[in-house]
Structures are given as structure tokens and as C-alpha cells.
Design a protein around this ligand. Sequence first.
Ligand code: CO
Length: 295
Amino acid sequence: MRTTKWCGIVLMTLVFFFIAVNGFASSGHGQNQPKKIGILLVAFGSSEPSAQISFENIDKKVKIAYPGIPVHWAYTSHIIRNKLAKQGKFLNSPEVALSKMKDEGFTHVAVQALHTIGGEEYHDLRRTVGAFKIMGGFQRIVLGYPLLASQKDMQLAVSAILESIPTERKSNEAIVLMGHGTHHPSNAFYAALMFQLQLKDPNVFVGTVEGYPDVDLIKELLIKRKIKKAYLMPFMSVAGDHAKNDMAGDEDDSWKSILTKAGIQCAPILKGTAEYDKFVDIWVSHIKGPLSHFE
Ligand code: CO
């Protein structure tokens, strides 16, 4: 009886010791490494020269807001990466960028998405970040929110939009924003944004290329309000292919052609949201989220 009891205690101690040593060894993975915090900015990517200016502006602003923290970049679109590789510019995917950061001894990584909504691309990135988390490549790796995530972001975006409206626009003229749109549930952000914009300025509209609300609905609303002129503005970080062709192009199915045919004079503005400091500030402030986990 006594021997059994002692055997039990010895066994329990051994088990505890085993768990403690193993637990320490696994959680101690990389613990001896000095803490090295890094930021990884992730954009869809663009071959537009104006996009490059926006990316450089974001890079500069991030470095000013978080001094001393190295900033790396990754691009999710492999079409863009392949296109630029042919011009001799080699860009990293998030997977490659994170692997390189691991090799460079980063222990804590704040991954910041430069997407507009938490749609498909954002969730793909979330999966990549999750995979690095499971592999234990870093002590901490945390993903920051896209432009529109919280109600506060919506309010900041509404102000940023209202402040970027051309000064010559009269109140009976419309502002029509072109969002990307998606089949993803997050598509609801566009209509929600339009609702909140219209509380401040009833002639600001938000449509999308690939989701709801579409251009036909926006056209009906403009006709109902007897709008004679509309400023078309991309609600995408970069004024790329969608802005140049689907929004401002001369083809019959562009927004400019569709609205012009309905008797609405169109003035397209080819400037992406990443070119306006007010929008960039929202993305930059979101990096605070992941960094707050590293203290
Ligand atoms: Co697209």
C-alpha cells in the first residue's frame, strides 16, 4: 500500500518533470533569440506608376509613426508579381516575405493588410498568417484590420471621403464612388458606407464593379434625384485597371458611358484612396493593434 503510494508520487513527479521540460523546450522555441519586431505591409499590388507613389507614401508614414521598426512589403496578386518580374522587379508574396523575415531573425511580426474591406483577399492573408502561427515561426504574428473594420473606421472613412471631394462640386451634383465589390459577405460594407455618407451628404453614392450596389442601381438613384452631373471617384487604394477602364473608359459598358447615356455629365477623377493622406492614416493607425500585443 505504502510502496504503491510512493510509486504514485514518484511517477507523478516524473510526469510533471517531463511535461515541464518538454513544455519549456517547445514554448522556448526562439526564446533565446533577442526580440526583433517587424512590420509587413501587404497590398494587392499594381503595375501603375501612381500606385508606386502611394506605396512609397505609406512606407514613409509607417516609418514615421513607428520609428525603429523595420518595414517589409508583400503583394498578394501573382498576376502583378509576374508582370513586374518581366520588368526585372521582383516582389515577394506574403509567404515568401514572412519566410525571409523568419530567416532574418524577426520574432514578432505585425502584418498590416492594405485592403479596403475584410473580403476574400484579406481572409486569404489571414490563413497565411494562421499557418505561420501554427508552424511557430515567430513568437508572435498578428494581422491588422483593413481600412473598413470597426464603426470608428466607417466614421473616419466618411470624413476622408467628404474631405477628398473636389471643391468645385456643387451640392446638387453627385459624387459616385466605385468600390471593387465581392461575392464575400463583407460586400455589405459598401451599402453601409453609402448609408452613412448620405446622412451627411445625400448626393454621395457608393457602387461596386463586382458586387452590390451595381452601376444600374446607382444610375436609377441619380435619375430619381434629377442629378445632371456626377464626379466619379475610385473607392479602391489604387486607380488601376478598374478605375481607368470600368469607371472612366470610353467603352459602352463603362460607368462614364452608362451615366452619360442617361443624361448625366461625368467628371472622372483617377486617384486611388492610398493617394490621400486621410485614408492612409486609417491603415497606419491599424498597425497599433498588432503592435500592442508585443509589449
Ligand atoms: Co478586380
